[in-house]
Design a protein around this ligand. Sequence first.
Ligand code: SF4
Ligand code: SF4
Length: 467
Amino acid sequence: MNLEDLQEGSGFRDRISSVDEQGSRKWVYASKVSGRFYKYRNYSSLVYLILFFSIPFIWVHNQPLVLFNILEGKFILFSKIFWPNDFFIFAVSMITFIIFIALFTVIYGRLFCGWACPQTIFMEMVFRKIEWMIEGSPGQQKLLQTKSWTSEWVIKKGLKHFVFLAFSFLIANTFLAYIIGVDELYKIIREPISQNIGLLSGLIVFTLLFYGVFAFVRDIICTTVCPYGRLQSVLFDKDTMQISYDYRRGEPRERIHKNQQRTQGDCVDCLKCVQVCPTGIDIRNGVQMECVGCTACIDACDEVMDKIGFNRGLIRYASENEISQKTKFKFNNRMKAYTGLLFILVLGMIVLIATRNTIDAYVQRVPGQLYQEVSESQLTNLYTIKFINKSRDTQLLDLKVSNQEGMIQLIGNKNIKINPESVAEYEFFVGLPKNQVIKRSNEIKLNIFQGTELLHTLKTNFLGPFK
Ligand code: SF4
Ligand code: SF4
């Protein structure tokens, strides 16, 4: 982006920042930034990256902490296995997630994009830094572009893309580890390639995908592709906290002149805020869809304000109302209510996940079967029961009739034993004294015990003769 582009500042309503008047891509050469927010983002990104790369290797109670095996329909969260029949938890999680995102965005704007989105963190805190390290400042990068196929160009570009590819490979490995688990991933290293063609293909595809995103597509993901970014405009209101330029203080902008009394606003039109912006926008044009809330412009402007002796905060976290009414940031009642609701939602999800059953059971009377009269005093019905063991341990269970003097007789088995992570089906008779079968259809309850612990109580019907 050249100085004319930066000063133009008018096309922002007609097109996105990374496209010029002819519709061609405008490459964003973001300048290096330093300052308090960048320092905090460095720390938080470091924690984020450590967590991202280490979580697939963390195992608790013989289970990975997290696994999203969409290929086999098996999911593990906090070392608890979720099966497709736990779909309702996923449905509730998705609804909670959407409500969470909506409420969070209404209050805090694009805080997630700037501080927690993997795209921003990898792009700005990993790939951008590699680029600065190898190709130098934006000025040096632009100069390098003019030297195509010189030895300097080949070495620097070659090295940069090699490191980008290596990092993309690392990310792809970790990403795959979240999906298939580290055990499966180790197979690619241990076993002959011919036995793991599928895995290897997945690894190559993901590596090229990440490389393409971070080496070429970059800010277009945020400004064009990401649906969350598109959603912002309908979620923001005048009280939403966002990165804002204080136009009341800054305008009319005027360059600074030595030894001259300043009569205009505090913005000295230095364009530092634009030069550091990774999506190439001018925040002074107001809130824009392309702003990912990275805080770079805050740090850049604060540095300028410090140098010229003005107060910091010409660009800061503030809502539209705070800027227009010149009020200070206030954690108002609406924000408190929404934040409270967010906590309740998250707490509800945690309770739902923590209290989820390890064993599920479904019982039904064998269809088409009537009652049997096995003696003068007893009737029986035939049932099937299906158990799903979601744990990695073998489960020994016991089945009892709960509310009647009934007996249970398993067909062909003496014990109920369910292997780890498997489904087992049993058939059994329930026998009831005739005098307790008072209607054609009688509700009975079956208790499932593990030792002395009652795990489930299932309801079903017991058929008797017409009375
Ligand atoms: S306007 Fe500021 S906060 Fe928004 S993307 Fe650009 S530099 Fe980051
Ligand atoms: S960095 Fe601050 S002073 Fe410089 S142009 Fe941006 S808003 Fe104005």
